[in-house]
Design a protein around this ligand. Sequence first.
Ligand code: RBF
Ligand code: MG
Length: 317
Amino acid sequence: MKYTLMKLVRDLKPSFPSRDGCVLTLGNFDGVHIGHQALLTALRQESKRLQLPMVVVIFEPQPEEFFSKADAPARLTSLRDKLRFLAQYDVDIVHCLHFSSKLAMFSAVDFAEEIFALGAKFILVGEDCKFGYQRQGDSHLLTQLAGTHACQVQVFPKLAQHGVRVSSTLIRKKLSQGDLTGAVELLGRPYSVLGRVVRGFGRGSQVGVPTANLLLNYPRPPLAGVYAIQAVLPDKRICKGIANWGVRPTIGGMHFCLEVHIFGLEENLYGKYLEVCFLKKIRSEKRFESMEILVKQIHQDIQKAQDFFKGLTYDKL
Ligand code: RBF
Ligand code: MG
């Protein structure tokens, strides 16, 4: 058990305590899935063996998002979500690099030298790791350059499950198909997002279904529609409920919004952070002819979600 908090550094400046030596990995870590988890666990072992802190280098936005903008694949974990999962894997320091045209211009060698300057004595990278201008750097280049820095480089193979390689892409596919149990197997946990509850227009309360509206950094969510959910409150209480992540076409909505109705909860949650775990897809979102018809539908959705929770055994999660 470690009691130190994970440190977040916004650039590549060598900082205490890593500059005197660290073990390190770099990548997107989108989803922090079981493949990432296996790599982080292996890196933690090296960190213990060498008695050096564990450093993870990530990018924000992810390089693909910088280059492809709206055409980039939907993000699985916002920076906030990524950090909370990385912290669970005992990471000591995260260097979160702002990916800009400036960083995109870094030659592979220059970028690698910045990584060595962080104090890396052991680097573990995924087999498809690419970095530097036009993704010209890879594990071979790191290995070539490592010798002069008394650093060792190892490649961590992609984890396979049921003969298929675990990847963020595969998880996106499962989520968009509504296959949440498939996603659980690849994430090692239910898919969840964390967001702060903000004030809505109170429409939900007016029609008898109060909802907490979450402020999220997900311009395009990896899943949409109506789901049976579990919400984790800041005091760790776990509540059952239902959520809609959508644009709300019935009220002429334009932007994605995650609205959560928690069963039997009276208190208001304004300003609090909620973790929403998606357990089962109930249906896709659609436009209804009137609010009245939508509210009728929502009551049927709630019944469906409650039936799901009744039949729930933990090994299904
Ligand atoms: N809005 C829609 O326009 N279409 C829907 O299919 C839809 N489904 C919902 C399902 C649930 C369980 C909840 C809580 C909300 C849903 N909404 C939907 C959003 C609804 O329009 C919104 O909660 C109210 O307008 C209050 O903001
Ligand atoms: Mg609301």
